[in-house]
Design a protein around this ligand. Structure first.
Ligand code: NDP
Ligand code: MG
Length: 371
């Protein structure tokens, strides 16, 4: 039995993980849980899965009988240090998830990482911490989970490039002339995946794919010239690798996060998802439109620039998406705020968590001033 702590258990990924543990008879025991605001659901899940400890990160959590309760991020760190566990699933949304990733690694736990912001913002620093404490980082993002599986069958030097698939989002075929009229509801309506609000908006601007390009580069050690993005509206091919002999290997599956989540937590689980049905299945691919979706192209530029521009990209995007969701800015303004924030120089190399916090605050200030 593997002991797991699930952070962000009330969100889309966290709930999918709990649903899999509830219904798939996995060899997993939930020992700790966290949520940010949803205390009732956190407590209900803790009772259902007989967890030992829970943490609410946004405010003070009252004592709950038979559970060790913690509050705020300082409490989350204490909870992690207090528990005996094998693996932490970090399904927290946004930059704040980085602090949780670092704390989990420092406890020596393996880290099943859905929070892509941790990799994007901390870059090599995150992997240094993992190495220092002997922890392994396992990707949960479906594209990266697919690539990790595909790379298992190949020598690193045989692999020419990683091919990350993108659904193209809800505006894949929309003329740029109509972008100014895009509503929050339209941007949230993802054609193939059901996800949290932030990542749904990022899928509409392709900022999510930009984050994933940067994430893939750090996870697998491929530079900007050896990562490709191909638009695949059906989201059946989760990603591919191109080998030097010219072949392309792909992982296929229905759009369901159960497989990548469970594969990160444990191995050898039978019948996790519905078998692929090839009746009337047609798969199409197209090149991404970097002109209508400039944030995707920015990711490749960021990888070439190095320094801390990835962190600035994430911070500006979080600020701009927040303002868009609050209906303060339009869809084109969201994109422009991120682009303009990156016009500044972000060439400082990151050397500590405090440095990351300072640079993140600076980038947020720049983005806010543009709003
Ligand atoms: P959701 O918004 O659905 O859920 C976020 C979870 O994190 C909730 O449990 C929420 O708690 C908690 N949370 C929110 N803000 C904070 C904060 N500031 N500090 C601590 N906890 C917080 O997000 P998703 O599940 O969609 O995404 C989670 C992560 O996984 C993101 O990094 C995303 O990019 C990544 N991911 C998601 C995929 C998906 O299919 N959804 C696919 C691939 C990656 P509460 O509800 O109590 O407020
Ligand atoms: Mg993804």
């Amino acid at each position: 039995m593997k002991r797991v702590i699930i952070l962000g258990c009330t969100g889309s990924i966290g709930s999918t993980a709990l649903e899999a543990i509830r219904t798939k008879h996995l060899d997993l025991q939930v020992v700790g849980l966290s949520a940010h605001t949803n205390a009732p659901q956190l407590i209900a899940s803790a009772h259902e899965f007989s967890a030992q400890a829970i943490c609410l990160t946004s405010t003070t959590l009252e004592e709950v009988s038979s559970l060790n309760t913690y509050s705020y991020f300082s409490g989350l760190e204490r909870m992690l240090h207090s528990l005996d566990a094998d693996i932490v699933l970090n399904a927290i949304a946004g930059f704040d998830g980085l602090r949780a990733s670092l704390a989990a690694l420092e406890c020596g736990f393996d880290l099943a990482l859905a929070n892509k912001e941790s990799v994007v913002c901390a870059g090599p620093y995150l992997f240094e911490i993992a190495k220092k404490y002997g922890s392994t980082i396992i990707p949960v993002d479906s594209e990266h989970s697919a690539i990790a599986e595909l790379l298992k069958g190949h020598e690193r030097q045989q692999v020419q490039s990683l091919i990350i698939t993108a659904s193209g989002g809800p505006f894949r075929t929309l003329d740029a002339d109509h972008f100014a009229a895009i509503t929050v509801e339209q941007a949230l309506a993802h054609p193939t995946w059901n996800m949290g609000k932030k990542i749904s908006i990022d899928s509409a601007t392709l900022a999510n794919k930009a984050l994933e390009v940067i994430e893939a580069s750090h996870l697998f050690g491929f530079d900007a010239d050896h990562i490709e993005v191909v638009v695949h509206p059906q989201s059946i091919v989760h990603s591919m690798i191109r080998t030097r002999d010219g072949a392309v290997y792909a992982q296929l599956g229905n759009p369901d996060m159960t497989l990548p989540i469970v594969n990160a937590l444990c191995t050898g689980s039978p019948s996790l998802v519905k078998p692929m049905d090839f009746t009337n299945l047609s798969l199409t691919f197209e090149q991404p439109d970097f002109k209508r979706f400039p944030l995707l192209g920015l990711a490749f530029e960021i990888l070439r620039r190095k320094g801390s521009s990835a962190l600035a990209f994430n911070a500006a995007d979080e600020v701009a998406v927040h303002a868009f969701l609050a209906r303060k800015i339009s869809y084109p303004a969201l994109v422009q705020i991120v682009m303009r924030t990156l016009d500044q120089k972000w060439d400082e190399e990151i050397d500590s968590f405090e440095h990351i916090l300072a640079l993140d605050a600076k980038a947020r200030m720049v983005a806010r001033s543009l709003i």
